[in-house]
Ligand binder design. Structure first.
Ligand SMILES: *Cc1c(COP(=O)(O)O)cnc(C)c1O
Length: 365
């Protein structure tokens, strides 16, 4: 052993040494249906407009640390009340981190449901914060008695609820979420990463609950490459988070390009609408395949269960289509795969790869 590895394991916190880095598979050359991206670029005329805006960008300057015009566009899209605030993040992942840092007192707890978005737990671990996960019911609905008991027991400073949930795709009961917000002694963040594909939102409830914040990202709507997310809610909370936010967390280019794209929000929403229609068609095709169980989705992906999921995943990948294997990630996701809704052509390539793989595995028996 070199002395450097001895020094590394001496200095780095044990919980960090025990972590595996967030794994992003190599996707070049694949039909990429693994990461909930919007498969569409914007139309050429809008790309020209972006190019013109970018060509004028003052890249020699630091970005505006408080881009009012961009925030104003977002506020207008949401119809946000004047007494509510917005904090921008380098993706919503950064906002999860900010929130956790802000409440991370000794003995404090971050709570979420399981299975859900893995970053909640990972960020708690990064910060040395206690994490408590409450299992969903087997149909992926909220286990209300379990949750309310855990809230009473753990008194979490911060609860994250993904609405719709990732990786299960379902939208929880809004009434049940309200009951959780009412029972929680701390902050409840409703994570609306998939808002464009769902038919409900907690933004209108912000005024009803002083401990509610709503988090959104533009990643799933067609801006994953830009890294822009935001938190909306009572300014009393957001002013505290602003103190922790690194001043230049959203660069010049993301600010300009997101501002331009939001001027054409209708284009992005039309793409989301197309994706929703293709989601129904894909779900229908999948449920017609023997042995495949498809779960209801309000997001831009589908969760499926199929025997020998790991081999199915590999067979699909060998045929040039990359999806997400969830088998082994959580006990409730045994034999589960997650596929992002792509273009109709991509979806058909996925179906063909799946069917060929099923046939091949059956022949090998
Ligand atoms: C994708 C996702 C995010 C992260 O989005 P970024 O803005 O790209 O960091 C947050 N929450 C959920 C539930 C997600 O699925």
């Amino acid at each position: 052993m070199s002395s450097i590895s001895a020094l590394v394991s001496q200095l780095i916190r044990p919980e960090i040494l025990a972590l595996h880095a967030y794994h992003v598979p190599v996707s070049e050359g694949y039909v990429k249906l693994d990461a909930m991206e919007n498969p569409y670029l914007v139309p050429p005329a809008l790309r020209e407009e972006i190019a013109a805006v970018v060509s004028r960008a003052a890249l020699n300057r630091y970005p505006d640390p408080n881009p009012q015009a961009l925030k104003q566009k977002i506020r207008a899209l949401l119809g946000l009340d004047a007494d509510m605030g917005i904090v921008l993040g380098n993706g919503s992942d950064e906002l999860i981190q900010l929130l956790a840092m802000a409440v991370n007192k000794p003995g404090g707890t971050l709570m979420s449901i399981e299975p859900s978005f893995v970053m909640y737990k990972m960020i708690a671990t990064f910060l040395g914060m206690r994490y408590a996960g409450v299992q969903l019911n087997s149909d992926f609905s909220l286990d209300m008695s379990g949750l309310l008991a855990a809230i009473a027991r753990e008194r979490p400073a911060l609860i994250f609820l993904a609405y719709p949930n990732n990786p299960t795709g379902n939208l929880f009961s809004a009434q049940q979420i309200e009951a959780i917000i009412a029972a929680a002694p701390g902050l409840v963040v409703v994570d609306e990463a998939y808002y464009a594909f769902a038919d409900d939102s907690f933004i209108p409830h912000l005024a009803d609950y002083p401990n509610l914040l709503v988090m959104r990202t533009f990643s799933k709507l067609g801006m994953a490459g830009l890294r822009l997310g935001f938190l909306a809610g009572n300014a009393a909370w957001l002013n505290e988070l602003e103190k922790l936010r690194l001043p230049y967390n959203v660069g010049v280019l993301p600010q300009l390009v997101a501002g331009t794209l939001l001027d054409h929000h209708d284009v992005l929403l039309a793409q989301a609408e197309q994706i929703k229609q293709d989601r129904s068609q894909l779900a229908q095709q999948l449920s017609a395949i023997k042995g495949v169980r498809v779960y209801p989705s309000s997001a831009n992906f589908l969760l499926l269960r199929i025997a020998r999921a790991r081999e199915i995943f590999e067979g699909i990948k060998q045929r040039g289509v990359l999806i997400k294997n969830l088998h082994g990630s959580h006990a409730m996701l045994e034999n589960c795969l997650r596929v992002t809704v792509g273009t109709p052509e991509e979806n058909q390539k996925f179906i063909a790869a799946l069917q060929e793989t099923i046939t091949q595995l059956a022949q090998g028996e």
